[in-house]
Structures are given as structure tokens and as C-alpha cells.
Design a protein around this ligand. Structure first.
Ligand code: ASP
Length: 300
């Protein structure tokens, strides 16, 4: 029997000091939601879905409720879940009016012959299977309306956002799963799809080595397949922490991207690295203590 493990992230961006407590609480609660499942002998897939759903429901993060607004003031969501046992995956991109896109991604993986649905088709499938639909207003929080108004006045900063959420787990049976969910980057063009729903970029999972989930500047993350780069590094013999650091250094060296990545290997060791100012993560130490931290920049 394998030692189960889980790590979650709540994005890697500026994380204002005034919001630190919300990030820490949100990450820890998401961790606990996922960990409860693993502890009771549940699957890694159930654990990462539960952890990500908790953060989609938490308005602190840029996923589900609380997502950033695009350039026309609307919310379009991306999400992906991957099963390391089968390498099967489900993803949604640029979908509107769905409170829990990670669950929609999982239903696509398990109940369709496809891997990825976008926009209106994804929403229609959600409706067909009875997932909760919601209005744009239900997903929109005052913080993001204010940010949108500021963006309208100013030149768009390089890439706002970075409060994407993600989780990676391994269960007692040795199965690995990863999940990532996001509202994307603030003021993005309608129809823009980031790294999060792209396999190997926003997440990857393979029972033979481990799993990863990324956050940061999607246009750069996808160029180096950040999550696959991390899991490949494990396959080549690196520890989970070395693999996370290696993947971020490739991103930095090859495309000067800014991002963070969390990793779990098949021994249940966790790792994370980022080259953004901060990253919010929660995991359980080998001694059993649940940690939630906002880590300052640390690469290599
Ligand atoms: N990676 C996400 C995207 O580019 C943004 C984020 O991580 O906050 O859509």
C-alpha cells in the first residue's frame, strides 16, 4: 500500500498582504477536503476534485466564484482533471456560467468519448447532465469588478491574475491525479484559453512517475509544457522538489515566463517551486502536520 499524499495551490501571484489570511484558510480548507477522502481510502481523483471544488467555491481565488473578468467584463473558465492510472483526461475551456468547472471536466472524461469541450458546447453538456448552472453575476465578486474598472483606465499590466487553483494527489492504490481550475488572466480577450485546460501545460498525471499542476502566465507555461516537464524530470530520477525547481528553471531560461508548479511523485513526496513573487500552497508534512503557507520567491 502506498502512502497517500496531496498538495494544493491557490495560485502564484502578488497575493496582497491584506488577503493573505484568506488564501491560507482557503488553501488549508481545500487541502482538508481532499485529504479527508484520501485518509478514508478514497481515490486521488476524488481528492483532487474535492480540493479544487472547495477553492472554486471560495471567492478568494481566481476559479469558479471570484474569477477575473475578461476584456468585455465577462467570466470564462478553464479547467482540467487527469487520471494518472489511464492517462485519460477531461477539460473545459472558455465555458460560462458553471460554478464548478472541475466537475464538468471530470464528467467529460468519464461520460463522453472526448477529452475537451469548449464554450457553449461545454455548457450544454453541463445542462444535459444536470450540473449546476449559474449566472455571470453569481460568479462575480466586487474585488474583480473594481480590478476590471482599474484595467479599463490603465494600460493592461503584463498579465494579471495568477490565483488559479490546483491539486495533485496519490492514493493508497498508488494512483496519481491532478486538477487545475481558473478564471484565467484579467482582461483577457473573449475566447482566450490559457494553460490550465491544456494537457501537460496546466496539469499532468502519470502513475509511473507522478503528477503536477501549474499556475502563472499561461501563454508561457504552455510553451514549455510546465507540468509535463516536471513529471518527466521525476521519470528521469529527480525528487519531487528537484523536479518542480527544474521545471520552473526551464520556464525561466527558455521563455522568461513567470509561474509556479506543485508536484507529487509516486512515493508520495511533494515539491513546489515558483519564480513569481509569492505562491500559496497547503500540504501535510511527513509528521502529519497540515501546513498552509505563502512562500516568497524561491527558485533553484
Ligand atoms: N495560468 C492561468 C492562465 O494563464 C492563470 C493563473 O495561473 O492565474 O490562464
Amino acid at each position: 500500500m502506498v502512502k497517500p499524499a496531496l498538495i494544493v495551490h491557490g495560485g502564484a501571484g502578488e497575493i496582497p498582504q491584506s488577503e493573505e489570511a484568506d488564501y491560507l484558510t482557503g488553501c488549508q480548507q481545500a487541502f482538508e477536503a481532499g485529504w479527508h477522502i484520501l485518509e478514508c481510502g478514497g481515490s486521488a481523483l476524488d481528492a483532487v476534485e474535492a480540493a479544487v471544488r472547495a477553492m472554486e467555491d471560495d471567492p478568494t481565488f481566481d476559479a469558479g466564484v471570484g474569477s477575473v473578468l475578461n476584456s468585455v467584463g465577462e467570466i470564462e473558465l478553464d479547467a482540467m482533471i487527469m487520471d494518472g492510472a489511464t492517462l485519460n483526461l477531461g477539460a473545459v475551456a472558455a465555458v460560462r456560467g458553471i460554478a464548478n468547472p472541475i466537475t464538468l471536466a471530470r464528467r467529460i472524461m468519464e461520460h463522453t468519448a472526448h477529452n475537451v469541450l469548449v464554450g457553449e458546447g461545454a455548457r450544454r453538456f453541463a445542462e444535459q447532465i444536470g450540473l449546476r448552472l449559474c449566472s455571470q453575476a453569481e460568479l462575480t465578486v466586487p474585488r474583480e469588478v473594481a480590478r476590471y474598472r482599474e484595467h479599463q483606465q490603465a494600460v493592461l499590466e503584463e498579465h494579471g491574475g495568477h490565483d488559479t487553483v490546483g491539486a495533485v494527489a496519490i492514493d493508497r492504490a498508488g494512483h496519481v491525479a491532478s486538477a487545475t481550475s481558473t478564471g484565467g488572466i484579467a482582461f483577457k480577450m473573449p475566447g482566450r484559453v490559457g494553460d490550465s485546460p491544456l494537457v501537460g501545460a496546466g496539469a499532468y498525471a502519470d502513475d509511473l512517475c507522478g503528477g503536477a499542476s501549474a499556475t502563472g502566465h499561461g501563454e508561457m507555461i504552455m510553451r514549455v509544457l510546465l507540468s509535463k516537464t516536471a513529471t518527466d524530470a521525476i521519470a528521469r530520477g529527480m525528487t519531487a522538489q528537484e523536479a518542480a525547481e527544474h521545471a520552473v528553471s526551464i520556464l525561466q531560461d527558455r521563455v522568461q515566463g513567470k509561474a509556479g508548479v506543485i508536484v507529487v511523485d509516486r512515493q508520495g513526496e511533494i515539491g513546489f517551486a515558483h519564480n513569481t513573487p509569492r505562491m500559496a500552497v497547503s500540504w501535510r508534512t511527513p509528521g502529519g502536520e497540515i501546513r498552509a503557507v505563502i512562500r516568497r520567491q524561491r527558485v533553484g
